[in-house]
Design a protein around this ligand. Structure first.
Ligand code: DC
Length: 215
């Protein structure tokens, strides 16, 4: 198994920016697990699955062929052979993804796929449950947070119609692996820091725990 840096935090906390930058600096592969939940959600909406009905979501995920792999420092996803990436930021996916992500069987299948990636390359993996559930033994866990008002403003600036307060509430409240900071995760509050400062703090923590670049 290769080393994994586990990064968690709420929507628009800045975790994707930091995760990508750390991965580039260390030569690790960046994995965005939110894209996997979004991909499954998009596919279910396409198939007309009633996503408000957990039993229907479970039946649908059993039928879907989900594939995920890393190659040359990039992560690839397919669902029933289709690349979902062009659709994962659709407004209807933003609205539905927390519902789909709360279904235990969906999480079980995607968590197994995420864990399998660590056999392929050193990873910087971001999500909501990476430090708590997917890689609880990672020696390097970061939890990136920011004030709700700051996060909402960032998302609006990106031009996305995404009601993150509602999504965060659902992500934190769900029974199956809710968004939470692992006890041993290093907390960075990005509310009033620039990207370089957040990345700097993250890289310092990576060095403190002795994780090494591959290049
Ligand atoms: O990171 P993101 O905002 O693109 O994630 C979209 C949704 O997917 C998020 O609202 C909750 C869910 N998610 C999750 O439940 N577990 C993860 N590891 C990553 C995302």
């Amino acid at each position: 198994m290769y080393p994994v840096i586990a990064i968690d935090g709420p929507a628009a906390s800045g975790k994707s920016t930091v995760a990508k930058e750390i991965a580039a600096q260390l030569g690790y592969t960046y994995v965005n697990t939110g894209v996997m939940y979004r991909a499954v959600t998009w596919w279910m909406l396409e198939k007309g699955v009633n996503i408000l009905e957990p039993a229907a979501v479970e039946a649908a995920i059993k039928q879907a062929k989900t594939e995920c792999w890393v190659k040359d420092g990039e992560t690839f996803f397919r669902i029933d052979g289709v690349d979902p990436l062009p659709h994962v930021r659709d407004g209807r996916v933003n609205d539905a993804v927390s519902k789909v992500a709360s279904v235990p069987l969906v999480r079980q299948i995607l968590v197994a796929a995420q864990q399998a990636l660590a056999a392929q390359a050193p990873l910087v993996m971001e999500g909501r449950d990476i430090g708590t559930v997917v890689f609880p033994k990672s020696p390097c866990k970061l939890f990136i947070d920011a004030d709700p008002a700051v996060r909402e403003a960032r998302r609006n600036k990106q031009g996305e119609a995404d009601v993150i307060a509602k999504r965060d509430k659902e992500d934190r409240a769900r029974a199956a692996s809710p968004l939470a900071r692992a006890e041993d995760a290093f907390l960075i509050d990005s509310s009033y820091l620039g990207v370089a400062e957040v990345v700097g703090q993250a890289i310092e923590q990576v060095k403190r725990v002795g994780m090494k670049p591959v290049k």
